[in-house]
Design a protein around this ligand. Structure first.
Ligand SMILES: NC(=O)c1ccc[n+]([C@@H]2O[C@H](COP(=O)([O-])OP(=O)(O)OC[C@H]3O[C@@H](n4cnc5c(N)ncnc54)[C@H](OP(=O)(O)O)[C@@H]3O)[C@@H](O)[C@H]2O)c1
Length: 272
C-alpha cells in the first residue's frame, strides 16, 4: 500500500470533474459543492440516466458558479456494451472543445449506485438476471467507466478518483447481500488501482446515512425487520445526515492526510 499523502491544493487546480450519478442525492450535492470549491474555469461533466434531472442540476450549478463549464450527458452505467464506455469521453471532449492541455487535474467521482434487491435474504438469490444486473450497474459499469476515464484523460498530469462507498462495503447487513458485496468489490477494485498506480490519488469515501431517495428505499424495502427498523429509527431520531454535511466532510477528507486507496467514513477522525 502506498504511504499517506496530503493534497492541500486539490481544489486550486484547473480541473475536469466527472460525476456519475449526478442527477440527485449525494451526486447532485457533490457536483454543486465541488463547482463552488474548484478553481474557476474548471469543467464539470455530469452523468446519469435522467437527462431532465441533470439539466436541473446544471441550472443550479451554473446559477451559483457561472464561471464553471457544466456539461450533462445521459449515460447508463448498466449498459454492458464496450462502446457505451469507450466512446463516452472522447465524444464529450470533442463536441465541447475541451482543451486537455489546459487541464491541471482530472477528478472522477463514482457516485452512481443502486441497492439491488434488498427484499430477499442470501438463500433467496435465485434470479440470475437480478443478481447480474446489480453487479453490472454497481461493479462492472464502475470498472469500465473508470478505465474509459483514465484512458481518455491519460495525458493530464494529476488524477483523483473518488469512489462513493458505504459502511455496507465493510460490514454486512441482513437482506442487503447484493448491495454489501457490490460495495466491497468496488472498494477492493479501487484499493488495487491505488496500489498499481501510486500517481493516482484514490479515496473510498463512506458518506454515512444521508437523507436521499436511497435512504427512503432502505426504510421501505429491506426484508429484514432489524435492518428496516434501524433505518426507520435513524430517521425518527434525527440520525440522518444532510447530503451537504456529508459532502463538506468529503471535501475536508480530500485535503487531509490519507493513504491512497483508503476507506474513510464520515464518522472517522480526519488526520491533518
Ligand atoms: N444515502 C445514503 O445514506 C448512502 C449511504 C452510503 C452510501 N451511499 C452511496 O452514495 C451513492 C449515491 O447515493 P444516494 O443516496 O444519493 O442515492 P440516490 O438518491 O438513489 O441517487 C443514485 C444516483 O445514482 C444514479 N444511477 C443509478 N443507476 C444508474 C445507472 N444505471 N447509470 C447511471 N447512473 C445511475 C442515479 O441517477 P439516475 O437515476 O438519474 O440514472 C442517481 O443520480 C450511491 O453509490 C450509494 O450507494 C448512500
Amino acid at each position: 500500500m502506498s504511504s499517506s499523502v496530503k493534497s492541500e491544493n486539490l481544489f486550486q487546480k484547473k480541473s475536469c470533474v466527472v460525476v456519475c450519478g449526478a442527477s440527485r442525492g449525494l451526486g447532485e450535492c457533490i457536483s454543486i459543492t465541488f463547482a463552488k470549491k474548484f478553481l474557476t474555469g474548471s469543467v464539470f461533466i455530469l452523468l446519469s440516466r435522467d437527462g431532465k434531472a441533470l439539466e436541473n442540476v446544471k441550472t443550479s450549478l451554473q446559477s451559483e458558479c457561472p464561471d464553471q463549464l457544466c456539461i450533462t450527458k445521459v449515460f447508463d452505467q448498466g449498459i454492458m456494451q464496450q462502446e457505451n464506455f469507450e466512446c463516452l469521453f472522447d465524444g464529450i471532449v470533442q463536441s465541447n472543445n475541451i482543451s486537455l492541455a489546459d487541464l491541471e487535474q482530472v477528478v472522477m467521482v463514482h457516485c452512481a449506485g443502486t441497492l439491488g434487491d434488498i427484499t430477499k435474504y442470501c438463500k433467496e438469490m435465485t434470479d440470475p438476471k437480478k443478481v447480474r444486473e446489480n453487479f453490472d450497474i454497481n461493479v462492472v459499469g464502475t470498472i469500465l467507466l473508470n478505465s474509459a476515464f483514465l484512458k481518455a484523460f491519460k495525458d493530464v498530469g494529476s488524477k483523483v478518483i473518488i469512489n462513493i462507498s458505504s459502511l455496507a462495503g465493510i460490514q454486512p447487513f441482513k437482506s442487503w447481500s447484493l448491495y454489501c458485496s457490490g460495495k466491497a468489490a468496488r472498494d477492493m477494485f479501487f484499493r488495487t488501482l491505488a496500489l498499481e498506480d501510486p500517481d493516482i490519488l484514490v479515496l473510498n469515501y463512506a458518506p454515512g446515512p444521508c437523507a436521499t431517495d436511497m435512504q427512503k428505499d432502505c426504510r421501505e424495502q429491506s426484508a429484514d425487520p432489524e435492518t428496516k427498523q434501524m433505518f426507520i429509527d435513524a430517521l425518527n431520531s434525527g440520525g440522518l445526515l444532510s447530503p451537504q454535511t456529508s459532502i463538506d466532510k468529503l471535501c475536508e477528507v480530500l485535503t487531509s492526510k490519507f493513504e491512497s486507496g483508503a476507506h474513510i467514513d464520515f464518522y472517522d477522525e480526519i488526520k491533518q
